[in-house]
Ligand binder design. Structure first.
Ligand code: C2O
Ligand code: CU
Ligand code: CU
Length: 509
């Protein structure tokens, strides 16, 4: 069944709003103050599918100063109407909610000046980048209110979609949820030679997909209960670049969609209505070796994919997403914990984007060869490290290798320049997206099986299913610092905040 906004809102908002409000008050959590709210009845929350023009984040290319690309950004408190007429308090980067798409080129030096104009501390992490630990923007690079942080690094990444977001100690979840996240486009010569769609906002579209809990009054809430701590915060409404029921008017015969799962916890299987195919061209860290014809793409929080879709038939297309079941048995929200939060519903299909085609459009031609990637050769590895993800009883003991995140403990010391196998085991009953800072890795196998198309390229975040073991091949190429760590963690932000995170330093070999 297509979960249209009308059905979702009319049937569930009141009931869920009550359930949520109760949990919210009892837990004593106010993630951020909510202002300017007007009571709304459920009927006012209705809107027609595909009725709101998709917001496209402004493209920000900074300014070149003495050969360095300089970005000036400020973290600001904002107000956003997730439901018309009801303002919620948010956080944005030079915007009330989310922020500009930062555009940069491989090989150049970038410099940021980030002012924290919030009333709370924050961090800004460059997800997917190889960079000095001091510039990483993890929990150790706290920007206090009123302070400025000015990291600088050389862009080593291949052209792709990356992102920047809050990584505040224990509070990445609420800050990203409130809006502290935005895309990064890295461009390079390798990709430009291919002539792929790359006209920003025209035929090259970033889609930041985020679910949010909107209560019965139309307000954004972050109801952190025992259930949401365990399953992660999953919303009842879906926003793309902050737009609900988004529609995009295409002007070209093909579109390149760069999809970022920017949700705190929800996994999505993206597909086109009518089971139409898409050409999958890129993973987290850039182009795949060739386009893969796919009918669906699964993305966990933190993961990205790029697809090219064909509009040359001139018929409207609809991008959908369903929520795969990511928990086994009792922990699925249906047994031990009960269905206390029906937002966990898997099997529901969300409408992500309605695409209206151009009146006349020419046929799509994607090159058959995109990039040449080195073969994934595990025999080059000099050692294997093992990471075991655990949730403890009822999600009360989030840990990796038996230890919860401790800012004062370096869990791993990794020599620079050496290939290693990182073996990620998940004995828990829920899937976890494992993310490693400062590297783009390759997926060797899943329980010995070859990885799917999306995982044949470079990745920085990988799904580890319940009872599964995933092997990664990686190497840290430079930036040693024996004192300042990078993070590896589950990218379900509530799991990260609860301690499913560890720290490593890169050291001289
Ligand atoms: Cu996208 Cu450590 O984070
Ligand atoms: Cu990261
Ligand atoms: Cu997790």
């Amino acid at each position: 069944m297509i979960r249209t906004p009308r059905i979702t809102h009319a049937l569930s908002v009141d009931r869920r709003g009550l359930i949520k409000s109760a949990g919210f008050a009892a837990a004593g959590f106010a993630a951020f103050p909510l202002a300017g709210c007007k009571a709304q009845d459920a009927s006012m929350l209705d809107s027609t599918p595909g009725s709101n023009p998709l917001a496209i984040p402004p493209l920000q290319s900074g300014e070149i100063e003495q050969g360095t690309r300089v970005f000036r950004l400020s973290l600001t408190p904002g107000q956003k109407e997730f439901v018309p007429g009801v303002a919620s308090s948010t956080i944005g980067i030079d915007a009330p909610y989310l922020g500009p798409t930062l555009e940069m080129r491989r090989g150049e030096r970038v410099q940021f000046h980030i002012d924290n104009n919030l009333a709370e501390g924050a961090t800004v992490h460059w997800h997917g980048f190889e960079l000095p630990a001091a510039a990483d923007g993890g929990p150790h690079q706290l920007i206090r209110p009123g302070e400025r942080w000015s990291p600088s690094f050389e862009v080593r990444q291949r052209a792709s979609l990356y992102w920047y977001h809050s990584h505040l100690e224990r509070k990445a979840g609420p800050q990203v949820y409130a809006g502290l996240a935005a895309p990064i486009y890295v461009r390079d010569d390798e990709e430009e030679r291919l002539d792929l769609p790359s006209d920003y906002g025209v035929d090259d579209i970033p889609l930041i997909v985020q679910d949010r809990v909107i209560d019965g009054f139309g307000r954004l809430v972050y109801p952190l209960s025992m259930h949401t701590r365990m399953m992660g915060m999953r919303g009842n409404r879906i926003f793309v670049n902050g737009t609900e029921n988004a529609v995009f008017d295409a002007q070209t015969g093909q579109l390149r969609l760069r999809i970022l799962n920017g949700s705190n916890a929800r996994f999505y299987d993206f597909s086109l209505e009518g089971d139409r195919s898409m050409q999958l061209i890129a993973s987290d860290g850039g182009l795949l070796d060739r386009p893969h014809i796919v009918r669906s793409v699964r993305l966990a929080p933190g993961e990205r994919a790029q697809v090219i879709i064909d509009l040359s038939e001139g018929r409207p297309l609809r991008l959908l997403a369903s929520s795969p079941e990511i928990a086994m048995g009792m922990m699925g929200g249906r047994g031990m914990m009960g269905r206390g939060n029906s937002d966990d519903a898997s099997g529901d299909v969300f409408q992500i984007l309605d695409i209206r085609p151009a009146s006349s459009a020419q046929r799509i031609r994607v090159p058959t060869q995109l990039a040449s990637l080195a073969p994934t050769d595990p025999s080059s590895a000099v050692r294997t490290r093992r990471f075991v993800l655990d949730m403890g009883m009822m999600g009360g003991g989030m840990s990796i290798n038996g230890a919860a995140m401790d800012m004062n403990v370096i869990n791993e010391r990794v020599p620079v320049g050496q290939w290693e196998i990182w073996e990620i085991a998940n004995p828990s009953m829920m899937a976890h997206p494992f993310h490693i800072h400062n590297v783009q890795f390759r997926v060797i196998d899943r329980d010995g099986r070859a990885p799917p198309a999306l995982e044949t390229g470079l990745k920085d975040t990988v799904i580890v299913n319940p009872r599964e073991q995933v092997r990664l091949l990686l190497r840290f190429e430079e930036h040693t610092d024996p004192g300042l760590p990078y993070m590896y963690h589950c990218h379900i932000l509530e799991h990260e905040d609860a301690g499913m995170m560890g720290q490593f330093v890169v050291v001289q070999s």
